[in-house]
Design a protein around this ligand. Structure first.
Ligand SMILES: C[S@@+](CC[C@H](N)C(=O)[O-])C[C@H]1O[C@@H](n2cnc3c(N)ncnc32)[C@H](O)[C@@H]1O
Length: 236
């Protein structure tokens, strides 16, 4: 089975031998790949919508894995038992919804060791939520597929000091590990902010908004310079 680069990067974050839940599985490609490749022999595939879960059930049947993958219909972590899985994957949803899923069932979340999260938007909100709610980010990955960037955040329970708000927007781990895409990603984000300034200055004269964005661009540029420096000169 061949996965998209985004899904492949997600399954690559799963260490072998762990019990896994894929929350919001939809097509079911993640659980099927984990099972076919012997990465996990205890997998729960869940979705809130029966139509989506049925797609996963069909994919599981097609691959003759119906006795190996458990499927459950329901919202978020609610469908899991306490201590049932080691890892929860929550991918392909907005960062606000992912944070909401973690928040709603804290008792179950507290028994899951690791979370592989792939927000489609609002990754800054999700990183902030994690930081303020007893999680630390242990790894990140960045994928460029069909001209779109995808962020993958791996978190565990714990604490982390974030000394600059910019690291809610650009994952600190991406800078630390000198991720090959991080510089292009920062440039892409700067480009987006410059386009916003162009639009805002055309329609109304919102000086304070423009000043805020220019301030943010400066911070991104500092990060960009730092990520180009040799290790012994960096300040992260
Ligand atoms: C865009 S799909 C992502 C599928 C897959 N995880 C991926 O990354 O390609 C989002 C899925 O999340 C499901 N979903 C949305 N809210 C959910 C919730 N609270 N609990 C479980 N599943 C949810 C949707 O029904 C949908 O099937």
């Amino acid at each position: 089975m061949r996965l998209s680069s985004r899904l492949k990067a997600i399954v690559d974050m799963v260490p072998p031998g762990m019990k896994v839940a894929d929350i919001g599985t939809d097509h079911g490609y993640i659980p099927v790949y984990l099972s076919l490749n012997g990465i996990s022999d205890y997998i729960v595939a869940t979705d809130i919508k029966s139509g989506s879960l049925n797609k996963a059930i069909n994919e599981i049947k097609k691959n003759k894995l119906s006795t190996k993958i458990i499927t459950r219909l329901g919202s978020g972590l609610k469908v899991l038992n306490l201590n049932e899985v080691d890892i929860a994957i929550i991918a392909g949803m907005g960062g606000i919804l992912i944070a909401d899923i973690l928040e709603k069932d804290k008792n179950i979340a507290s028994t899951i060791k690791r979370f592989i999260l792939q927000p489609m938007k609002a990754s800054d909100y999700l990183r902030y939520y994690l930081n303020k709610n007893g999680y630390r980010i242990i790894d990140e990955d960045l994928i460029l597929e069909n001209e779109k960037y995808y962020e993958i955040i791996v978190a565990e329970h714990g604490h982390e000091i974030i000394n600059d708000n910019i690291f809610y927007e650009i994952g600190k781990k991406l800078i630390e590990k000198r991720h090959p895409l991080v510089k292009d990603y920062i440039k892409y984000k700067i480009g987006k902010m410059r386009r916003i300034i162009d639009e805002v200055s055309k329609s109304h004269n919102n000086i304070s908004l423009i000043e805020n964005i220019l301030y943010k661009i400066k911070k991104y540029e500092v990060l960009l310079n730092e990520s180009e420096m040799p290790d012994n000169c960096r300040n992260d």
